[in-house]
Design a protein around this ligand. Sequence first.
Ligand SMILES: NC(=O)C1=CN([C@@H]2O[C@H](COP(=O)(O)OP(=O)(O)OC[C@H]3O[C@@H](n4cnc5c(N)ncnc54)[C@H](O)[C@@H]3O)[C@@H](O)[C@H]2O)C=CC1
Ligand SMILES: O=C(CO)COP(=O)(O)O
Length: 353
Amino acid sequence: MDGDRRYPGPQVCREHRGHSRRCTGAVLMISKVGVIGAGSMGTAIAQSISRRAGEVIVFGRRQAVVDSINRDNCNSRYFPGLRLNPNIRARLMGDRLDVVDCAAVVIAVPSSEVRSIVSAAHEDLAGKFLVTVAKGLEYPSLKTMSEIIRDETGNPNMACFSGPTFADEIAYGHIAGATIGAGGDPSLRATISDLFGEFILDFSDDIRAVELCGVLKNVYAIGTGMWDSVYSNHNEHYTFLNMCYKEMCTFLRAISLDEGIFTKFCCFGDFNLTANVDKSRNRTLGLMVGKKIVKTPYLESGVTFEGSRSVKGIIELAENHDIDMPIARFVYDVLSGNNNVRESVDGLIRKAP
Ligand SMILES: NC(=O)C1=CN([C@@H]2O[C@H](COP(=O)(O)OP(=O)(O)OC[C@H]3O[C@@H](n4cnc5c(N)ncnc54)[C@H](O)[C@@H]3O)[C@@H](O)[C@H]2O)C=CC1
Ligand SMILES: O=C(CO)COP(=O)(O)O
């Protein structure tokens, strides 16, 4: 695809008051932003932000990807057909990260990698405005990404970005909504609204609840894939989808401080996107396991299946709140090879709420 024809270069932005709307105006010159992770989401976020910032530095661990971005304005591994904006530069990941003059740093690596990366670079990241897009839960600590990052850097200025946001569609500039989980500091919201001004944004003060929505929806995407590998009718699909959403809302009512979380992009939007669309890696994993196309070595496939890594933690977190999560347990049991899908699905139907 041709270069990003919409790239007008950084321009002055009108004040973005941070309420839920797509910033259609030109953009504020945000000096420099760092993105940790040169995978699909890191590259996509870099492309979006590069239309609003002076420069975006992407930190990747593969020299070939770094070279491809710097030499050809292209991430040949993830988006071979997309010309990246010229103000995106790549650097090879090291323990230390040269983010000295970055106004903000986005963390876009798989959740399993966040603690090691942030711990190694904690001195560089301390005091920075940090945004995590990773959708995972650390085990056995049961900590979310922002909790890990705060552990390692002590940063109070933290936010998360989560919603129905397939990376490829972001990279090609399609409309997407996302929830910003951040403390109530107005200046923080203004900064993040400028950074992610291409998105339709809603906000929540409960960053942990926003992050847990992203974790839960991956689990239910796997579960829906498994269910759909057995039942192929519309009634059956949407009946199970409703069962999943009911279980997810039961969990959120127990842990969320934000009573409006249920209708935010991180919750209803991302839950439906990932559970219903085959582009989702988590849903695809559920379909493949359900059809016995793949067995447990999928974790060595190199594909980022966040839901399979976080389902055990979600079950334990729920137990800590005396919440029963039969569908999350169904997903865990099948992924663990304990039962086959049809037996487990029939069991779910008998116990349906
Ligand atoms: N791909 C998508 O559509 C979306 C992904 N996300 C989230 O973004 C996070 C990142 O996932 P994706 O970009 O999708 O995965 P990906 O598999 O496309 O890319 C992951 C990248 O992280 C890099 N990486 C892994 N370990 C690393 C390390 N120790 N140091 C430096 N780089 C390392 C890999 O080399 C790869 O480039 C996940 O938590 C995912 O849930 C969120 C929304 C959408
Ligand atoms: O989080 C995502 C979309 O919002 C990406 O979903 P998958 O990780 O299932 O591909």
